[in-house]
Structures are given as structure tokens and as C-alpha cells.
Ligand binder design. Structure first.
Ligand code: ACO
Length: 428
């Protein structure tokens, strides 16, 4: 394997228009797009640029948070494999890990939990924002609305270049997002929000705020564990669409609340976090195992997409999907088998055998089975992506903090190739 860490590792480019050659240094398997600027361009004064719609082959930052090897199906947070974190850690400690860079000691873990509890108080009157929001509004739209409203109560959050300011508001976002998410649910079912219970774990407290009728509610340990693992699995996933949104908006020095609201909007789309809801709707529409061949025919003819399959980075089995299928078994033991599971299992079996999917490296992603678990736990499909957002807030914050501390970063501002008309005259 070529060693690209040596100083003279480079890429030689030959410009057939001018006959000139250029040497671009190679570092970490990348060349700097700005190094292309030395090459003459016909358009504009800037020199050559790279063209990459949808950033399919563009590295926008260096990061120390999450490592993915999409070919081998490896996912690590701060160097720790996701399966070990899911099995041996808990979501609160994973938040600490993502944000602080290392797993906490027991003392740090307890102190972090106390800080989270102290920050778990919503500003007075925030529930009034919901007065004009229809009960059947999409939960992700409601969550985004509440996030913007929360930001209205945090004028101090604008000092985003100050590390201490970022620490305070990151903690605030981590602690308050589950409360906002619970508010979204309780508004949907027309019930008041239940106060957080600091004696419970992050996941247990969340389930209680969502489902409890009164103080006597007891969290089922299997469901608590499942929720905790699902939050952990969704914690971060490097430069995905919503995280990139958090970074792009954050790069303008917007407050973290405004940036998080934008990230929530990005996550809501069915090609991203909204896929968990779309999978459930797809399974319900297919309706039976017998109807699968007709649906697959539609997918092959590009009249439908197999939701919950495919990924920009994973070209093998998504390691999160493997862990989720194990969690699903445990939840179904408590809650009974989800009737749509047979359809999902058969879809997966066929997809893993068929050339259409194999040749395009389409494997189940994190969203293929998560919705089945959420539904069995008692959530309705429109709410699934809110659960994703609660987990992903940890990653959004860690990535935003890393961005703000990175001296190489500036306001994110891509370029374009203008292909429209020019020089027209407005009729006088
Ligand atoms: N069903 C059928 N065909 C698919 C699917 C799918 N789910 N996903 C990709 N393909 C096909 C495309 O049509 C394309 O075929 P072609 O080369 O013959 O034109 C090929 O596979 C490559 O797909 P792209 O769309 O180029 O891949 P991209 O990286 O842009 O998209 C994405 C990735 C958005 C995840 C896509 O696979 C998809 O839409 N999946 C379904 C939605 C989903 O599950 N999203 C959740 C992703 S995970 C997350 O965000 C949490």
C-alpha cells in the first residue's frame, strides 16, 4: 500500500489544454480542493474547482469523533466499537464520550448525570408555543418548532466562539431535548408533560415522561435497555446530512439552538432519519408476505424504493442494523411479535440474494428494523424520527463543538457552475 504520509506523496495532473503538469500533495488519501486553484480556468478568476453534487466524494473536515469503514461495516465512537458501547455502556456515558472525547470514570459519570438533571428544566411558558400547533402536526415539525422556541430563552448562546459558552449550551441541549421530545408526544396525545425523574436512567426517564399516566408508572427494564441501546446506536454517524447541516448552519456562528433546529429539519426527510417511519408505512402497504414479489418488481422497475436499505457510506451490512435485530428479539419477547416482522425478514432475505441489490451493495441500514421496535414499544410511526433526533443530538453537539474549535474552518459556502443565460435586457 502506498505510504501517503511521506512528504513527497503527490498526484500528478496533466492539463491537456495547456500541456502543463501540476503536483498535488496527497495527505490521508485526499488532495486539497484548493490546490486545484493553481490550474487555469476559463471561467472566473479563481482557477479550477472540483464539481461534486451531493458531496459524494468531498471531505469537509478532519474529525476525531466517529470512524466508519463502510466497506467492512465498522463504526466506532472515539475509537470504541459500537457493539461494545451498546453492550457494555449506557447512553449517558456515550454522550459524555462523544462530547468529552473519553468514557467517564464512575465519578465523572455521576457528576455528568447530576449536571444533566440540573439542566433538565424547561423555561416557563414554553408549552404555550404548542397552543397554536395542531395535535396531528408532524412530530418532527413540532420538535423543530420547540427547538427554535427554546433558543428564544437562551440569549447567552450567541457567544459560540467561547468554549465555556459551548459547554453550557451543549449540556443544555442534551438535557432538554428529551423533555422537548416528550412534550411533542404528550401534545400529540393531549396530555400534560410529566416531570422528569432524576432517579432513572436517561432512557428510563424518557420512557416515563412519554408513557406514564401517573407516578406509579414502572419502566420495563427490557424496554429501557432497548431504548438506551437505540439512542446509543443513533448517537453519531460522522458527516451525514443532518450533522453536515448542523455544521453548515453553525459555521455562520448561528446559535446551537438554531443550528439544531436546522439539523432536525434535515433529519426529518425520508431519505435520512425519516426512513424509519417510511419503512413502517412501506411494510404496512405491502401488507403480506405474498405481496412481496409484486413490490420487488416495482423496486426493480424503479417505481418504488426499498426503504431502510442502502447507505451513502456502508457498502456492506450496517453494523447498527445487526445490533438492532438482536434488540428486536428481546422487545418482541416482552411485547409480542410485531405482525410486520415476517414481511421485513422476507424482504431482507430476497434483497440479500437478488442481483439488483447485491450489485448495488444495498444492505439493511439502521432504519430497517428500528421502526418495528419503536412500534412494539408503543410509539406511532410519525414519532419515530423524534427518537432518532434525541439520540443524534449528542453527535450534533459534539460535531458542532469540534467545528467551532477548528481553526481551519470558515463559513461553509460551496460554489456553482452557472449554466443559465446572461446579459439579457429587461424590456423598457
Ligand atoms: N431501493 C432501491 N434502490 C436503491 C435504494 C433503495 N433503498 N437505495 C439505492 N438504490 C439504488 C439507486 O437507484 C442507484 O441505482 P443506479 O446506480 O442503478 O441508478 C444505486 O442504488 C445507488 O444509489 P444512490 O441513490 O446513488 O445512493 P446514495 O448514496 O445517493 O443514497 C440513500 C443513499 C439515500 C440512503 C439511498 O440508498 C436511499 O434512498 N435509501 C432508502 C432510504 C433510507 O433508507 N434512508 C436511510 C439512510 S440511513 C440514515 O440516514 C439514517
Amino acid at each position: 500500500m502506498p505510504n501517503d504520509t511521506t512528504q513527497d506523496a503527490h498526484l500528478t495532473l496533466h492539463d491537456s489544454r495547456t500541456g502543463r503538469e501540476f503536483e498535488l500533495p496527497i495527505v490521508n488519501d485526499t488532495v486539497k480542493a484548493m490546490d486545484l486553484r493553481q490550474i487555469h480556468a476559463h471561467l472566473g478568476d479563481f482557477g479550477m474547482m472540483s464539481y461534486d453534487p451531493a458531496f459524494k466524494n468531498t471531505v469537509s473536515c478532519t474529525s476525531r469523533i466517529t470512524f466508519i469503514d463502510g466497506g467492512r461495516g465498522i463504526l466506532e465512537y472515539r475509537g470504541y466499537p459500537i457493539d461494545q458501547l451498546a453492550e457494555r455502556s449506557n447512553f449517558s456515558d456515550v454522550c459524555y464520550l462523544l462530547f468529552q472525547g473519553e468514557l467517564p470514570t464512575p465519578r465523572q459519570s455521576a457528576a455528568f448525570k447530576t449536571q444533566m438533571t440540573e439542566a433538565s428544566v424547561l423555561p416557563e411558558g414554553i408549552e404555550n408555543v404548542l397552543a397554536g400547533v395542531p395535535r396531528d402536526a408532524h412530530p418532527m415539525a413540532v420538535l423543530g418548532t420547540l427547538m427554535m422556541a427554546l433558543g428564544c430563552h437562551e440569549p447567552g448562546a450567541k457567544d459560540v466562539r467561547d468554549g465555556e459558552c459551548r459547554r453550557i449550551h451543549s449540556l443544555n441541549l442534551l438535557a432538554k431535548t428529551p423533555l422537548l421530545a416528550a412534550m411533542v408526544w404528550r401534545h400529540r396525545i393531549n396530555k400534560p408533560l410529566i416531570a422528569p425523574d432524576p432517579s432513572l436512567s436517561f432512557a428510563g426517564n424518557f420512557l416515563k415522561m412519554v408513557f406514564a399516566e401517573d407516578e406509579s408508572y414502572e419502566v420495563d427494564p427490557i424496554l429501557e435497555r432497548a431504548m438506551d441501546v437505540l439512542f446509543t446506536l443513533h448517537g453519531d454517524h460522522e458527516q451525514n446530512c443532518s450533522t453536515s447541516t448542523m455544521r453548515v448552519v453553525g459555521s455562520s456562528e448561528a446559535t446551537p439552538y438554531n443550528s439544531a433546529a436546522a439539523a432536525i429539519a434535515a433529519l426529518s426527510g425520508p431519505l435520512h432519519g425519516g426512513a424509519n417511519e417510511a419503512v413502517l408505512r412501506m411494510l404496512a402497504e405491502i401488507g403480506s408476505v405474498e405481496a412481496i414479489p409484486a413490490f420487488m418488481e416495482k423496486v426493480r422497475n424503479r417505481e418504488a424504493k426499498l426503504m431502510g436499505f442502502g447507505h451513502r457510506v456502508y457498502k456492506s451490512y450496517d453494523p447498527r442494523a445487526k445490533i438492532i435485530s438482536e434488540i428486536a428479539k428481546e422487545v418482541f419477547e416482552v411485547r409480542g411479535r410485531n405482525a410486520l416482522l415476517d414481511i421485513a425478514v422476507e424482504l431482507e432475505r430476497i434483497a440479500l440474494e437478488e442481483d439488483f441489490f447485491k450489485s448495488r451493495n444495498l444492505y439493511p441500514n439502521v432504519d430497517f428494523y428500528s421502526g418495528l421496535i419503536y412500534q412494539s414499544m408503543g410509539f406511532d410511526p410519525a414519532y419515530f424520527t423524534v427518537l432518532f433526533a434525541v439520540g443524534r443530538m449528542a453527535g450534533w453537539i459534539a460535531q458542532w463543538d469540534e467545528l467551532m474549535a477548528d481553526s481551519e474552518q470558515k463559513i461553509a459556502r460551496p460554489r456553482q457552475v452557472y449554466v443559465g443565460e446572461r446579459g439579457k435586457t429587461v424590456p423598457g
